[in-house]
Design a protein around this ligand. Structure first.
Ligand code: MLT
Ligand code: ZN
Length: 490
């Protein structure tokens, strides 16, 4: 027997109340539209059932500084009636974080899309959650400043989603993930009250660090309505080195040498193996040099002194050749750099286009264990008769292992699940973890107990309870609220 739901439903009266808050243009019950917004980049066929919100709302910037009004009133109503609320950015997520697992109200932030302030004196920018990440980068650059967040989906993703998932991307090795750039957050709590965590301050030990508890909490603790981002001086010069290696292992073993022997901290060290590169080349109808090599590294160097950058480039290039690189290509103009990064950033999409049966992973291990991880992936491929495409942020030990099975393979799902379990066990033994930047969301929640022990899971549940006593905020994600009712779909 199905347990009774602990949630209230969206009745016509609730829709009316929402319309009174947002205006009729801010509320939609159109089935097709709701379906389109009830998903992210995880293909719907990977879920056990379609998940649909009951109503979709578009809170707006009101034109003055107080744009929280709508969100605050939505949450007050939802909390009183125990209706689930799922916040949604641009839908570029890779963990089902924005999928409304229990129906209810889906909140799209696409109309809260203003850059509110660029404060050059304090080197920070205040934005609403619906601003596209790349717009922030561009606005900062125009002022000679750097916003260091650089997720691969930055041309489409919203900054609110980046913060909620603590998105990583390509510059983490030097600047850290999104959270490292967050100074302050305006947050609407579950009962509709509004508070600020942090401020335009570079230091703050006045109380718990709620800013960084909110970062990566996947919308389960509160709804972010303003974000203050840290900016840095924009480096004046940059180059990307594309370095092919004859084996994946040689490429990976070179990574720590860059710091140790090269005495350089690159902005990026990315790995693209042969299989990944060939998918991107096919997808873009392009070709990168030495594309038969087993793996390529992309190493980005930057600085304010042309001579210093040139010197570092030479040092890293020479070292790479000493350590077995096949060649070193230096991309130092806009078009060659763009071509290279376009290929790197297209790998994920290309794989999703060319393969039906895949497991898209976001594993992280201590950087010195990356070779062991990839040996284990090779062994798994032989055992399970599958292929793998491995790429990602090797400088952070964060590898997107993509396990690929033939399209016509019967029972591929069961096989993949077992292969994945074996992979996770290896990752755990290597001191690694389940997700470095894509998040837990709906997709990885069942695997959390393999990586976090019981006291920690219980602590997470109690934190959730403190922030959201009725459990209405993005239920079904990240936290085990009550296993029995969750399994019953309530
Ligand atoms: C990437 O690094 O390309 C992104 O995280 C997307 C992905 O790997 O799926
Ligand atoms: Zn990534």
């Amino acid at each position: 027997m199905k347990e009774p739901s602990r949630f209230g439903t969206v009745t016509p009266e609730v829709v009316e109340q929402l319309s009174a808050i947002l205006g009729t243009g801010g509320v939609s019950v159109d089935g097709e539209k709701i379906a389109a917004y009830s998903r992210d980049e995880v293909a719907e066929r990977f879920w056990d059932r379609p998940y649909r919100a009951e109503v979709l709302v578009f809170p707006e910037s009101t034109g003055h500084a107080e744009s929280t009004g709508h969100v605050s009133e939505i949450l007050r109503l939802a909390n009183e009636r125990r209706i689930p609320v799922t916040p949604r950015g641009a839908g570029t997520g890779l963990s089902g974080g924005a999928v409304p697992a229990f129906g209810g109200i889906l909140v799209s932030f696409e109309r809260m899309n203003r850059i509110l302030e660029l404060d050059t004196e304090n080197l920070c920018m205040t934005v609403e959650p619906g601003v596209i990440t790349a717009e922030i980068t561009r606005a900062a650059r125009k002022a000679g400043l750097l916003y260091a967040g650089d997720p691969c989906s930055g041309d489409a993703s919203f900054i609110g989603g980046n913060v909620a998932e603590n998105a990583g991307g390509n510059k983490v090795i030097k600047y850290g993930p999104t959270g490292s750039s967050v100074l302050a957050l305006e947050v609407v709590l579950a009962d509709g009250s509004v508070t600020w965590f942090g401020g335009k301050r570079r230091k703050d030990v006045t109380g718990y660090d709620f800013v960084h508890l909110m970062v990566g909490s996947e919308g389960t603790l509160g709804i972010i309505t303003k974000i203050v981002l840290k900016l840095l001086p924009l480096p004046a010069f940059g180059v990307d080195l594309l370095i092919p290696f004859p084996t994946v292992e040689a490429a990976i073993r070179f990574v720590p040498r860059i710091a140790l022997e090269g005495r350089v901290t690159p902005a990026s060290i990315e790995l693209v193996d042969h299989h990944s590169l060939s998918q991107a080349e096919k997808f873009l109808n392009t070709q990168l040099p030495f594309d038969q090599a087993a793996a390529h590294l992309i190493v980005q160097l930057e600085g304010n002194d042309r001579e210093v950058v040139a010197d570092e480039t030479e040092r890293v290039g020479k070292l790479a050749l000493e350590k077995g690189a096949l060649e070193v290509f230096v991309a130092d103009n806009r078009s060659s750099r763009d071509k290279l990064w376009k290929a790197r950033k297209s790998v994920a999409e290309a794989i999703m286009v060319y393969y039906q049966n895949y497991a898209k992973e976001d594993l992280v291990v201590p950087t010195d264990r990356v070779p062991d991880l990839l040996f284990a992936v090779d062994a798994l491929c032989r055992k399970w008769r599958m292929e793998a495409a491995n790429y990602g942020h090797v400088g952070d030990g964060n590898i997107h292992v993509n396990l690929l099975m033939a399209d016509d393979r019967p029972h591929w799902h069961e096989d993949m699940e077992q292969a994945r379990q074996e992979l996770y066990e290896t990752v755990r033994q290597l001191g690694g973890t389940l997700s470095g930047e894509h998040g837990i969301g709906l997709k990885r929640k069942a695997y959390l107990p393999q990586f976090l022990d019981a006291p920690q899971l219980e602590l997470m549940r109690r934190v959730k309870l403190a922030f959201d006593p009725n459990g209405i905020l993005n239920p079904g994600k990240l936290v085990f609220w009550d296993k029995k009712t969750e399994e019953a779909g309530a």
